[in-house]
Design a protein around this ligand. Sequence first.
Ligand SMILES: CC(C)(COP(=O)(O)OP(=O)(O)OC[C@H]1O[C@@H](n2cnc3c(N)ncnc32)[C@H](O)[C@@H]1OP(=O)(O)O)[C@@H](O)C(=O)NCCC(=O)NCCS
Length: 175
Amino acid sequence: MRKRPGDVRRTVNERARAARVELRRVTRDDLAVLFEHESDPESGRLAGVKPRDREAFIAHWERVIGDETIIEQAIVVGGELAGRVACFEAEHNGTPTWMLGYWIGREHWGKGVASAAVAMFLAEIDRRPLLARVLATNPASIRILERAGFTRVGETHEPETDRYTAGLVLDYRLA
Ligand SMILES: CC(C)(COP(=O)(O)OP(=O)(O)OC[C@H]1O[C@@H](n2cnc3c(N)ncnc32)[C@H](O)[C@@H]1OP(=O)(O)O)[C@@H](O)C(=O)NCCC(=O)NCCS
């Protein structure tokens, strides 16, 4: 049987409730846990992001917290900080573009947390179009984006940089 839009929204809400996911602003008190999440090698490999030291991490977050254009939300599960989801502007193919990003601590993987958090975030944030860039070797993230309504609009073989590993990066867009 075909799903109607109301059925899809109900499914999202049910999943969020089942995963006990809440979103709130990131504060400085969250940074120690977020640093642990970002320092996990398996997570970095999936995301194609290289680890940075604590000093660079804190300097980055001081800029983020002071920048009104960046929306960074903490993902809280059962009262525990489980990750973060963000929308920020970046240059993409020479054009300023709203980007989506998210990161879940490994101990919370596989429980629907990212899917529920991204759905809640997209319901709150009306910046469109939104672009998400994902390594072709990150099937969980691809699944999350497709379930959230993103469609694949391109792919690029990206070279290694100071911050990112080399790889085939897929572009997903939400209109
Ligand atoms: C990718 C990531 C966000 C997934 O978070 P999560 O909370 O475990 O994801 P969810 O449980 O909400 O859902 C993942 C979906 O991918 C599916 N999935 C997981 N691993 C998979 C795999 N190896 N192959 C195919 N599908 C997979 C799950 O079954 C689920 O789909 P379903 O709801 O249809 O069953 C998490 O691993 C992470 O933060 N990784 C490090 C940072 C990162 O990669 N960020 C994204 C950069 S684009």
